[in-house]
Design a protein around this ligand. Structure first.
Ligand SMILES: [Fe+2]
Ligand SMILES: [Fe+2]
Length: 199
């Protein structure tokens, strides 16, 4: 086991430009406190890239429509814009904007992708709303697919049931109008950077 580090010789998307040391262990079992003293500060650096990655993923949603009347980026922008114009606060609007960011990464469990991204930065209620919005959206169409439209009822005892029901009723299930004038993604970039910044 060694507690020395070797200089990086390659660039990576963690922002390592060759000037930063790296741990050299081959398994966690042989790692030392010195190794973790090198690695731990990198968490903030990685978080510093998250906003750009989220913006990039949102841009990618432009190229997928899944058969819906509007593409996935427009649906996201329209959900956020409707929430913003209804007077919702920044954190809520941010959640509305990225609630479907996982649509093309995990079509079967997309709410969990967005929920994981927002969790460290938003209230418990907003996290619940993002994580469970799929079941609440199901109220409007799951019966057409042979599924239980009332699946959301398992959350009736949650203090966040009403919030999530309202999110879907007012902003999510309504955000498929091709004629709606949504704010552009650029309008939301400062908000994304503000909320997802490194701590
Ligand atoms: Fe969704
Ligand atoms: Fe949605």
């Amino acid at each position: 086991m060694t507690d020395t580090v070797s200089p990086d010789t390659s660039s990576s998307d963690t922002g390592d430009d060759g000037a930063h040391p790296r741990a050299t262990f081959t398994s966690f079992e042989e790692s030392t406190a010195d190794d973790w003293a090198i690695i731990a500060p990198q968490l903030e650096i990685t978080q510093g890239f998250v906003a750009d990655r989220v913006i990039g993923l949102l841009r990618e949603l432009k190229f997928d429509h899944g058969g819906f009347p509007v593409d996935r980026l427009e649906h996201s922008l329209q959900t956020a814009t409707r929430a913003e114009r209804d007077g919702r606060d920044d954190e809520y609007v941010f959640c509305a904007l990225i609630h479907d960011i996982g649509d093309t990464l995990s079509p079967y469990a997309h709410p969990d992708i967005a929920a994981g991204i927002v969790k460290p930065f938003v209230s418990e209620g907003n996290h619940f709303m993002v994580k469970h919005h799929g079941e609440f959206q199901g109220y409007y169409f799951w019966h057409y697919l042979g599924m239980d439209k009332d699946a959301r009822d398992v959350h009736r005892d949650s203090p966040y049931f009403d919030q999530t029901e309202e999110f879907c009723a007012k902003y999510d299930q309504t955000a498929f109008d091709p004629d709606y004038q949504s704010n552009p993604l650029e309008h939301y970039e400062p908000l994304i950077r503000q909320i997802l910044r490194a701590r």
